[in-house]
Design a protein around this ligand. Structure first.
Ligand SMILES: NC(=O)c1ccc[n+]([C@@H]2O[C@H](COP(=O)([O-])OP(=O)(O)OC[C@H]3O[C@@H](n4cnc5c(N)ncnc54)[C@H](OP(=O)(O)O)[C@@H]3O)[C@@H](O)[C@H]2O)c1
Length: 338
């Protein structure tokens, strides 16, 4: 059953996933307000979507180290899709750059929404990083679902000796826990939905000034096209195309019955960087001298339930080959090679 959600605030609007969420909302006839730290990027997004100039607006917010601007951002919207959170692995202070802003961002957003009577639903982009237990030893065939949480303690995640990957897993777990804790304690007038996708790839819809500034997950793919040797090794064998994940976000905002639930949207197919390299060369033979082809074993000892989200939200996931083809074509065109 569809609820009456006409005007939606999207945070992380000028980032990789947020821009796809915006495009999906606009295609579905919704009015969208994007929140960004850079209004110049927001204006660029409006300029590149002239057909939606009456439906798309941007508001500036502050960095979540000291959140600000969210009260204005939520004013009058029916729903919030909170995508923004730091996702970068070249950090010098993990707790300050990853964990604290992730938690502050969620708390400040929910606080602001609590004071906005129009808000009916808040969707939060969490991550499979908040779900996976990387030390799990079985049982063989174990399937992760939305009921699972990674066992990291805050102290482990924030330990300066921990890697940025571990800190990122902590940032997503403790930000999401802060959201569920907020709802339990404060009982706001809206409900929440959280989405925990694994690796997200696909063509980009947000403004970047060069291919050197791709988001973290796509940057590793572009490194392959540029000839990185050896290929990186994927941390999880699960993924989803950003365009499919955007549908999951929008359905999570529109469908009343999704309220209060946690989902793990994921494609049924597994992936590896070796598979990405193979598809790059098969679709763009001119890359054959650059791209390193090698074999990588894809872990099939455990699974992830991407089916529940696809069924309840009514979408079918793209194939990895299509995602790699579309992403690579876009990058090569931008680089002036196709
Ligand atoms: N890409 C993946 O593989 C993947 C997988 C699972 C979950 N996720 C989650 O998806 C969300 C979006 O990630 P993405 O891949 O789209 O990355 P992205 O392109 O780097 O986008 C991140 C967005 O968050 C905003 N942001 C980051 N740090 C912030 C801070 N300290 N204060 C305020 N805003 C901040 C950025 O705002 P500006 O535009 O203003 O710079 C940007 O729009 C994140 O929550 C991430 O954890 C991503």
């Amino acid at each position: 059953m569809a609820s009456k959600i006409d005007f939606v605030l999207v945070t992380g609007a000028t980032g990789f996933i947020g821009a796809h969420v915006i495009d999906t909302l606009l295609a579905r006839g919704r009015r969208v307000r994007g929140a960004t730290r850079s209004l110049a990027k927001g204006e660029e997004m409006i300029r590149s979507r002239p057909q939606y100039s009456q439906k798309l607006e941007f508001v500036q917010i502050q960095d979540f180290e000291n959140p600000g601007g969210l009260t204005e951002a939520v004013n009058g919207v029916d729903a919030v899709i909170h995508v923004a959170s730091p996702f970068k692995l070249n950090t010098s202070d993990n707790e300050k750059e990853l964990i604290i802003p992730a938690i502050n961002g969620v708390r400040a957003m929910l606080e602001a929404a609590s004071n906005a009577p129009s808000v009916q639903r808040v969707v939060i982009t969490s991550s499979f990083a908040a779900v996976i237990d990387t030390n799990r030893k079985g049982p063989q065939g174990f399937t992760y679902t939305a009921a699972d949480w990674n066992p990291l303690t805050y102290e482990e995640a924030a330990d300066p000796k921990s890697t940025p990957v571990v800190a990122y897993r902590g940032s997503k777990k403790y930000a999401e826990l802060a959201a569920w804790g907020f709802v339990k304690e404060k009982k706001p007038h809206f409900d929440i939905v959280t989405l925990c996708p694994p690796m997200v790839f696909g063509p980009i819809a947000h403004p970047i000034d060069s291919l050197d500034h791709l988001n973290e997950s796509n940057a590793a793919l572009w490194d392959i096209a540029k000839g990185v040797d050896p290929l990186p090794v994927g941390r999880v064998p699960f993924w989803i195309d950003a365009r499919d994940l955007a549908i999951a976000h929008v359905e999570a905002a529109l469908r009343k019955e999704a309220g209060g639930k946690r989902y793990t949207p994921a494609a049924p197919e597994r992936w590896s960087y070796a598979l990405a390299a193979k598809y790059m060369v098969s679709h763009f033979p001119e890359l054959c001298d650059e791209v390193k082809l090698e074999e990588q074993v894809i872990d099939d000892s455990f699974s992830l339930d991407g089916e529940t989200a696809a069924r309840e939200f009514g979408y079918r996931c793209r194939r990895f080959e299509e995602t790699i083809r579309d992403f690579t074509a876009q990058c090569l065109a931008r680089k002036g090679r196709t």
